[in-house]
Design a protein around this ligand. Structure first.
Ligand code: AOF
Ligand code: ZN
Length: 363
């Protein structure tokens, strides 16, 4: 195994923390000695042991003179965990390769500390992939104005999210649904627009094999606050908290009724203000699952960072509900092209993950 392969393995290991470590980063580490991976580690649980000491412990005595590959620059601070730099320098590791620098100012500086202790350090191997994997963490550190916003839509080949009768159930297959539950587990909140909630009565909960450390809260964007008390997201707010974002002009009686049901109400007159209040309320990442109006409004304002598109092999026709509505026309000469982060089959469906901007890592 060479260093690049070991870093690719470290990136794979880091995914094991998905759903368990946010808002902290996904981190994986591999100890490479004489071309062999002798230790593997990952950050498994928020606030608990970092990836580096986990990999070093597995390598035992074989850390002497070995190389440590890690997806993020080792931390140099006392947080919930002691500094990884100290553990690395006493382990006998000779060389550290990090995929990206730590953008977190409190923990950064690890590379310099290691170099001062005589360890060789290189930063940047598979940096783009590491930045993409930790897009939400990078966003949290760099942009305090709103959460990282993911948009997930399952559409027909003709770009519809529901048939002409408004039914959106079962567009995608079993594997795509399992993916969505896995995806939800890694976000702080799952959102939908009021129309979708009224039409589909979704539960917006995580029901896959991955149990998130904290169940994402549900968020409904509805200017009118017109949500019946019998709707699942309202009825079950005691189990999984629901936040309703309504306009300041929404009827006060409706707002009181929702609050009496245990729902948190936030008032905002535009999407930017709505996202700002969510961030202030501790939502670092938000997964929006439709409908087409909310998706279009967010996209039109440049408020979507990543698009998870599940494309299903069927046609729904002219009367079907468009996946995205209200996007302003753009001439081809002026379009912004999105960056493909991932594409793969999900059973008979196809997943495409795209970023509005490349997630440039920090170094
Ligand atoms: C992690 N897991 O494997 C690494 C991290 O509060 P602490 O001590 O857990 O420190 C969190 C910071 O440490 C985090 O924001 C990141 O900058 C750095 N590295 N964090 O949670 C890890 N290596
Ligand atoms: Zn650390």
């Amino acid at each position: 195994m060479n260093e690049r392969e070991a870093m690719a393995r470290a990136l794979d290991l880091a995914w094991r923390g998905w759903g368990r470590v946010q808002p902290n980063p996904l981190v994986g580490a591999v100890v490479l000695a004489a071309g062999e991976a002798v230790g593997e580690g990952w950050h498994a649980e928020y606030g608990e042991r970092h990836a580096e000491p986990a990999a070093l412990e597995q390598a035992g005595e074989r850390t002497r003179g070995a190389t440590l590959l890690v997806t993020l620059e080792p931390c140099a601070h006392y947080g919930r965990q002691p500094p990884c730099t100290d553990i690395i320098t006493t382990s006998g590791i000779r060389r550290v390769v990090a995929a990206m620098a730590d953008p977190n100012p409190i923990a950064a500086g690890g590379a310099d500390r290691l170099r001062a202790a005589g360890v060789e350090v290189e930063i940047g191997l598979l940096g783009q992939a590491a930045g993409s994997q930790n897009a939400s963490f990078l966003h949290r550190v760099r942009d305090p104005s709103r959460p990282f916003v993911g948009l997930k839509l399952a559409t027909s080949l003709d770009g519809r999210i529901a048939d002409s009768e408004g039914s959106s159930r079962w567009i995608s297959g079993e594997e795509a649904r399992a993916y969505v539950h896995w995806l939800r587990a890694g976000f702080d909140a799952i959102a939908a627009g009021g129309r979708t909630v009224r039409a589909d009565d979704p539960s917006l909960t995580v029901r896959g094999s991955l149990q998130p450390r904290v169940a994402p809260r549900r968020v409904v964007f509805t200017e009118s606050a017109d949500l019946d008390r019998g709707l699942t997201v309202v009825r079950t707010t005691g189990d999984t908290p629901t936040t309703v974002i309504a306009s300041t002009t929404a009827p006060a009686a409706r707002l009181r009724e929702l609050e009496a049901s245990g729902v948190t109400v936030l008032l905002a007159d535009d999407l930017e203000a709505a996202l700002r209040s969510l961030r202030q309320a501790g939502v670092m990442s938000l997964l929006v699952e439709g409908g087409g109006k909310l998706a279009g409004a967010l996209l039109a304002r440049g408020l979507v960072d990543r698009y998870h598109w599940v494309q299903s092999p069927l046609w729904l026709g002219e009367g079907g509900v468009p996946a995205v509505s209200g996007l302003p026309d753009t001439a081809i000469a002026n379009v912004e092209r999105w960056e493909v982060a991932e594409r793969r089959p999900l059973g008979g469906d196809t997943l495409l993950v795209m970023d509005r901007r490349p997630c440039s890592p920090a170094w």
